[in-house]
Design a protein. Structure first.
Length: 262
């Protein structure tokens, strides 16, 4: 009953994504009447995302993200996200883990004076389906975020926030036997809790690219990512800062098992 309930919950979450879209665009329309400053940036993200089985059901989630600003010239963020996952069935993964994030001053309107740390605890459910040869991925993630002091760069004066994220992704094959495919995805981020003031709608990411299945356990994707971010702070003139981040995204995915696969 539990697995059936979880499956139904994630499968119907596409309705939730539609509602999030309505909320996002409604929020953006409302923001047009308030003072707002737009910041445009060009970034490059290189990501390794590993899902490595250790037993028949348990495995290691290993993720490294190197995020650079102004192409590859300066730092935007470093993210390390390990975790442990459990296969509820062949389509559903439940994962929990820890993440370390180092955020640097970047862009036209930096959110911090110096690089500062963030520690996260996170939990997620992921459902993978196939419809007409297209792989559909639904991912729901909850994060508990602990921010260090962005003024001095130390893990002091800690600030706590919650955030929920929902991603819908489709991998569209370019032919029945072709190893090439087109990944298309969108992810909505909503922050909540008493410490969240100006960025309840935190950000949205839309991406499209070209993917290649390079083997039984690996694939590589190269594409464009548009990241719309509402900063949590206001400017000295009490304006909301919105980042329009245009990003070159390079993703490597691996499901190579750490157990014997005779």
């Amino acid at each position: 009953m539990f697995i059936s309930s979880v499956y139904h919950h994630i499968k119907t979450s596409t309705i939730g994504l539609f509602i999030c879209f309505l909320a996002m665009y409604g929020h953006r329309a409302k923001a047009q009447t308030n003072p707002r400053v737009n910041s445009d940036n060009f970034n490059a993200w290189v990501v390794y995302n590993g899902q490595h089985l250790i037993t028949d059901n348990f495995g290691l989630h290993a993720e490294i993200q190197i995020r650079r600003n102004e192409g590859f010239s300066g730092w935007q963020q470093l993210l390390l996200r390990p975790g442990i996952f459990y296969k509820l069935n062949k389509n559903i993964l439940a994962t929990a883990g820890y993440a370390y994030v180092e955020t640097y001053p970047y862009g036209e309107i930096p959110i911090a004076k110096t690089a500062f740390p963030e520690h996260r605890i996170w939990q997620q459910l992921q459902l993978t389906q196939q419809t007409g040869g297209v792989d559909i991925i639904n991912r729901l993630r909850l994060e508990q975020r602990f921010f260090g002091d962005a003024a001095v760069g130390t893990f002091t004066n800690v600030r706590f926030e919650n955030r929920v994220r929902y991603m819908l992704k489709a991998n569209i094959p370019l032919g029945k036997t072709s190893p090439w495919y087109v990944p298309v995805y969108d992810e909505v981020f909503v922050a909540f809790g008493k410490n969240v003031k100006y960025n309840t709608f935190d950000q949205n990411r839309f991406g499209i690219g070209l993917g290649l299945n390079t083997g039984k356990f690996t694939k590589v994707e190269l594409g464009y990512l548009y990241q719309y971010v509402q900063q949590r702070n206001l400017t000295a003139a009490y304006s909301q800062v919105v980042e329009n981040n245009h990003t070159l995204a390079i993703n490597v995915f691996s499901s190579l098992p750490f157990k014997s696969h005779n």
